[in-house]
Design a protein around this ligand. Structure first.
Ligand code: SF4
Length: 704
């Protein structure tokens, strides 16, 4: 009770979960976190959601890995197998750090000698700090010698980043979430922020409540945010381009274009204009399921308002036409001049607490830090000078491509730090086959994850609250996460582990801590050149781009020009490309996957957070009540959901916000892994998988 909550120490830090980047204080007693309270950070103003406030006890969970493990000889990796809940470590034996690190590095060296450097790949983590992500990509590029390095951004906003880099020259947001209070119109599309960015959603709700902001929600599901919306457009899953081109058609044909902005600040408008003429609201209404009058009203509202802002999520990005969806959103902002001012702009709501930062520091296969392309000679020369080794100029493979290459025998060895592709990758039976076929797999994590099950060596790592580092939130705000407690047993900090592997690969690294790594990052990245560690300590947070120590940082960008070669934004038209796998007679329903409020991504943390797991303890599939009736089932019954790739059983939840003909499954439950069903078809530009759409069938019965 009260005595337990009387903390010995308080440590100011941040939330380990989502990209909103709430600041918080850990209350520590007897070496354990006993309570969390919100701080007055720029993104949360003291607020926290249920994950940030109550999801703090996973680091102390009894299943933490506390010593290095090496796979016992002769134990096969079975892609269809599951962890034995009674003895999840059965396939492994304990090892000393010295032995485990030597074993890990020797395996990498053997593969380079036998198969060449491109037979190796690394997955870093968007949950680690900027310093960890920077060192991890530097290790793969300079120690392995390949650009085969990626992380879960590929499964999240890769398409947004590709479209934004092409259109406006920068992959990050133009305005912070808090700018919704300056907007007259806020468009939220393909995002469920009340669940996935809860504190950000509170600012949207506050703005609406004040009466100065109108919300337009575009989502096939009627989520809780719809209650706050002036318009909810429940468009058909997969019809994003039809919907958005219809809005552009209205703007272009009804004289709603900001002619001056288009003339001075954009290029390629004529091509867009010609293209959208074929997409009248009347023609698109039967395709997207929204009547023409509503489409016209919404287009006028967005275009005419003093300031309109667009926020979007995975519902937009995780399609084979994800890049096209975002091109349409960019075009909307450009033709109406709704960008470059407070309360306007484009905001892809970033998922993980550091997915923005991890991408910025180069944890992606085609770019060095600050998005300099690896196939650009000047960029390569810059990093060869800085890092002192020759670098490869071929863009590397992406997440799904790496798994495909492992299945095909071209990737032989991997180092996976803090990612769980056995759960998070599309078509996870295929992903597990790829992991199982590796000759050498190093996994660095907190728990025996579904991915670690396939490892040859497991390195026990540190949780967010057990280390110090910088993190960059969805608003481009850099903040410090501070160590509050020590890792258990022999678990070590990730920065130390990465360096030990690097040294064994012949790299002369001797960083004394995150501060020193941050200094090197600053010298390599003009975007954060003005952000010093001292400044972060003093000011609590600094927004990039930040060119010098006197630059306050720029929350709103693109005010004068775009960071493109011409200084103008490029408008790119898009046409309708259907989903890779449409429903048919055998698989008549659409599967939409996503997250839920209490659980985080693959569940490895939140399912071990006692309060969160108590609230949502079991896998569910949400179905419209009439569709449930159609299969003779009720809420609470067990349903079996099957696609061409796999089958899972889980409990039915009735939800009349789910469109008829679709079902929704969160992907965090290992016992009913939604990604066993999903399709690995890729967007051709961004290589993001179509996690938001595939064909399934559902029947009553099965065993959870
Ligand atoms: Fe953490 Fe995101 Fe919740 Fe804030 S909104 S407390 S960052 S999970």
């Amino acid at each position: 009770g009260a005595a337990l909550l009387e903390a010995d120490r308080r440590v100011d830090s941040g939330c380990p979960y989502c990209g909103v980047g709430c600041q918080l204080t850990y209350h520590v007693k007897d070496g354990k976190i006993v309570k969390v309270t919100g701080r007055d950070g720029p993104a949360n103003h003291g607020r926290l959601c249920v994950k940030g406030r109550y999801g703090f006890d996973y680091p102390a969970h009894r299943q933490r890995l506390t010593q290095p493990l090496i796979r016992k000889p002769g134990i096969a990796k079975d892609p269809q197998g599951e962890l034995d809940p009674a003895d999840p470590l059965a396939a492994f034996r304990p090892a000393s750090w010295e032995e485990a690190l030597d074993f890990a590095a020797d395996g990498l060296k053997r593969i380079i000698a036998e198969h060449g450097k491109h037979a190796l790949a690394g997955f870093g983590s968007a949950k680690g700090s900027n310093e960890e992500a920077y060192l991890f990509q530097k290790l793969v590029r300079t120690g392995f010698g390949t650009n085969n390095v990626d992380h879960c951004t590929r499964l999240c906003h890769a398409s947004s980043v590709v479209a934004l880099l092409e259109g406006v020259g920068s992959g990050a947001v133009s305005n912070p979430v808090a700018d919704v209070q300056h907007a007259e119109v806020v468009v939220v599309i393909g995002s469920n922020p009340i669940v996935n960015h809860p504190v950000a959603a509170t600012f949207i709700k506050n703005a609406v409540k004040k009466g100065t902001t109108q919300l337009i929600l575009m989502d096939p599901r009627r989520t809780e945010l719809a209650r706050h919306a002036a318009y909810h457009l429940p468009f058909r899953p997969d019809s994003d381009v039809a919907l958005l081109n219809a809005l552009l058609h209205v703007i272009v044909t009804e004289g709603l274009v900001d002619e001056e902005f288009v003339r001075l600040r954009t290029e390629n408008y004529e091509a867009l204009k010609q293209n959208v003429l074929a997409y009248s609201p009347e023609a698109m209404a039967p395709i997207c399921g929204i009547d023409a009058r509503t489409l016209r009203e919404v287009a006028r509202l967005y275009a005419r308002s003093r300031a309109s802002m667009i926020l979007w999520g995975m519902g937009v990005s995780q399609h084979v036409h994800g890049t096209d969806n975002v091109r349409c959103l960019i075009a909307l902002a450009m033709v109406t001049g709704q960008i470059g001012r407070p309360g306007t702009g484009l905001h892809p709501l970033r998922g993980q607490n550091n997915v923005q930062g991890a991408s910025d520091v180069g944890l992606i296969p085609m770019c060095f830090p600050d998005y300099l392309r690896v196939d650009d000679e000047a960029a390569r020369a810059k990093f060869e000078r800085l890092w002192g080794v020759p670098l490869d100029g071929q863009p590397g493979l992406t997440v799904v491509e790496i798994i495909d290459a492992a299945c095909a025998g071209r990737i032989k060895g991997m180092y996976i730090e803090g990612e769980n592709p056995a759960m998070s990758d599309p078509n996870s039976n295929h992903a597990r086959e790829g992991l199982a076929s590796l000759e050498h797999l190093i996994v660095q994590d907190l728990f025996m994850t579904e991915t670690a099950y396939f490892a040859d060596v497991i390195l026990p790592a540190s949780a967010y609250a057990e280390k110090t580092g910088t993190f960059t939130n969805t608003d481009r705000i850099v903040q410090i996460g501070r160590q509050a407690v020590t890792p258990p047993g022999e678990a070590r900090q990730d920065l130390w582990i990465i360096q030990e592997i690097a040294r064994r690969l012949g790299l002369d690294w001797n960083y004394q801590g995150p501060r020193e790594v941050f200094e090197e990052m600053r010298s390599a990245m003009p975007s954060i050149a003005g952000i010093s560690w001292e400044r972060l300590e003093r000011e609590g947070h600094v927004t990039y781009p930040c060119a010098s120590e006197t630059d306050p940082g720029q929350p709103v960008i693109f005010t004068e020009r775009f960071p493109t070669p011409s200084g103008r934004a490029r408008i790119v038209p898009a046409d309708i490309i259907p989903a890779d796998e449409r429903p048919d007679a055998d698989y008549p329903l659409v599967l939409i996957t996503g997250r839920q409020l209490e659980h985080w991504h693959t569940g490895s943390m939140t399912r071990r957070a006692s309060v969160l797991d108590a609230i949502e303890p079991a896998p569910t599939v949400s179905v419209h009540p009439l569709d449930l009736e159609g299969i003779g089932a009720e809420a609470g019954d067990v349903l079996t959901v099957e696609s061409r790739r796999g089958r899972i059983a889980l409990f039915a939840r009735a939800d009349d916000g789910i469109p008829r003909g679709s079902v929704f499954i969160p992907f965090c439950y290992y016992e009913a892994a939604a990604n066993r069903l999903t399709n690995q078809a890729l967007d051709p530009y961004a290589k993001i998988a179509e996690l938001k759409y595939c064909a399934v069938r559902v029947r009553k019965g099965g065993t959870v």
